[in-house]
Design a protein around this ligand. Structure first.
Ligand code: CS2
Length: 493
């Protein structure tokens, strides 16, 4: 099929082929500044907002997408080139594709190019919410000290050059400072990351930074700014070249960076927006008074489940999550982990059928059309496990409960961090702590406990004799017998 470049001018030509924004984008104002315009945001918040913009009266809620890191230049360039437009491709369970061009990102900024413009945008009168997807590691929280990590060189930079910040904390501080100086009202800062109590985490980390950077601002923030917690969910694998080519050939859309995702989506939000908010409930978001139990369930079952499949699967040489779900040994291992180690610590969740939830997760993970990359799942594991798995371990240890399966996963991660799978193929470790992980993984070969001594990841877990015993046994067993035999043995116990 003949293809045409995706941009505002060509938009009407795609009508009829796929769903397109039918609202007048030129009337939409930026009410939300969003930082982190990767695939997940574009499959989730930007979609909810696009759906809402189709209903009259919501023109105040367009999104300005901010690329914060140098690394994000490519996505910024693409959005700029395509007037903020992109295609969202939902890979349905039966293999069919539902495509939709999303129009809610009406402005886009590349922060490293011009930090002052981003600060002004966040401080603008029209902006009512700053939302964030800055990843688990973006909160700059140190598991060992349980504090904001001031030793981070980027944080040091922001303290030295406040008007040219590099971290989200530097940006927010400057923007809030301007708002205060101009006598404006506060705004809501909403984290959309996979972090337990993500709003609280954002608040605590920001306040720690402000205490050093601009202490006179603390009181104003306490009074004027809100930090709603939220639970976000939609599996969004990295877009492949094949997705791009198929879109061009099948629908004639020449989109440099479409987003692909699963059909399921969920957004549970605490209704705590000091400057107003979009009526996202009209398009399926749930507003609740306490989101923490939902987050706990999602992080410790879905995200942890991903990490379990990812780490064990990577060692066995699999490339995608659905392949691992097809491996009976690992699949049963995950079920055991969920049932025996996670479920007991979740307690009763009102209105949630946990058994159904776990079943639905296995179905979602097994979607053969998604082809979610193990590489994506295993990237930045050092920031993920402290959120996804360690709270479960700590809760179980407090109750003298079982930690065998979690210990096995961590032992597998120590071996994974050597950078070679069980077939002798190298594994590329994408992790901010890659060097430390590798160094400790090498030391662990003669003394497995060494891996647990990375305090910024494990805190004082190495002090638990129960955990260390289970972990060390798993470590030796995996090296001796391999994942396949070990998971079967564990499942049989
Ligand atoms: C994944 C998440 O990054 C990960 O390890 O578990 O990106 C997951 O796909 C999303 O949180 C799903 O909502």
């Amino acid at each position: 099929m003949e293809s045409m470049k995706l941009n505002a001018q060509n938009l009407s030509k795609f009508e009829g082929k796929v769903a397109v924004p039918t609202y007048d984008r030129s009337l939409v104002k930026t009410g939300i500044v969003h930082v982190g315009i990767g695939g997940f945001h574009r499959a989730h918040e930007a979609l909810y907002t696009d759906q809402l913009l189709h209903q009259k009266g919501n023109e105040a809620w367009g999104i300005c997408g901010v690329a914060l890191l140098d690394f994000d230049q490519k996505i910024y360039n693409t959005l700029k080139d395509q007037d903020g437009l992109y295609t969202l491709i939902v890979k349905e369970l039966d293999g069919s594709l539902t495509k939709r061009i999303i129009g809610s990102i009406v402005e886009y900024l590349f922060a490293p190019e011009n930090p002052a413009v981003v600060i002004e945008k966040m401080a603008s009168l029209d902006t009512k919410i700053v939302t964030l997807t800055i990843t688990e590691g973006g909160y700059n929280y140190n598991e060992a000290t349980k504090q904001f990590d001031f030793s981070n060189p980027l944080v040091q930079h922001d303290l030295a050059y406040p008007l040219k910040p590099k971290t989200i904390f530097g940006y927010l501080t400057q923007a809030l400072k301007l708002r205060k100086e101009r006598g404006q009202k506060g705004i809501a800062l909403q984290s959309c990351d996979n972090v337990q109590g993500n709003g609280h985490m954002l608040q605590n980390m920001l306040m720690s930074f402000v205490e050093k950077a601009a202490p006179s601002l603390l009181e104003w923030i306490q009074k004027e700014v809100s930090f709603p917690n939220s639970m976000v969910d939609r599996i969004t694998p990295a877009t492949s070249q094949i997705d791009i080519i198929n879109l061009k050939e099948d629908s004639g859309i020449d989109d440099q960076w479409p987003v692909v995702c699963e059909p399921f989506k969920q957004w549970v939000i605490e209704d705590h927006f000091v400057a107003g908010r979009p009526a996202w409930e009209k398009v399926g978001a749930q507003f609740v008074s306490d989101v923490v139990p939902y987050e706990k369930m999602k992080l410790s079952l879905l995200n942890a489940g991903h990490s379990v499949l990812g780490i064990l699967g990577a060692l066995k040489g699999y490339a995608t999550i659905d392949e691992v779900v097809g491996d009976d040994g690992i699949n049963n291992f995950l079920k055991f982990y969920m049932d025996h180690e996670v479920t007991p610590i979740l307690g009763d969740l009102e209105g949630v059928d946990l058994e159904k939830y776990k079943e639905s997760l296995l179905q979602r993970f097994g979607n053969i059309y998604i082809k979610d990359q193990i590489d994506r799942i295993c990237s930045e594991t050092s920031a993920k496990l402290p959120i996804f798995v360690l709270p479960t371990v700590n809760a179980q240890l407090n109750e003298n409960g079982p930690v065998q399966f979690a210990a096995f996963v961590i032992a597998a991660w120590a071996i994974y961090s050597l950078g070679v799978d069980e077939n002798g193929k190298s594994l590329i470790i994408k992790d901010a702590l890659a060097d430390v992980l590798n160094k400790k993984a090498i030391e662990a070969k003669s003394d497995p406990k060494q891996f647990l001594s990375i305090e910024s990841v494990f805190g004082d877990l190495k002090k638990s004799e129960t955990f260390v015993a289970a972990y060390s046994k798993s470590y030796h067993d995996i090296l001796k017998y391999g994942i396949e035999k070990c998971v079967v043995d564990l499942n049989d116990k």
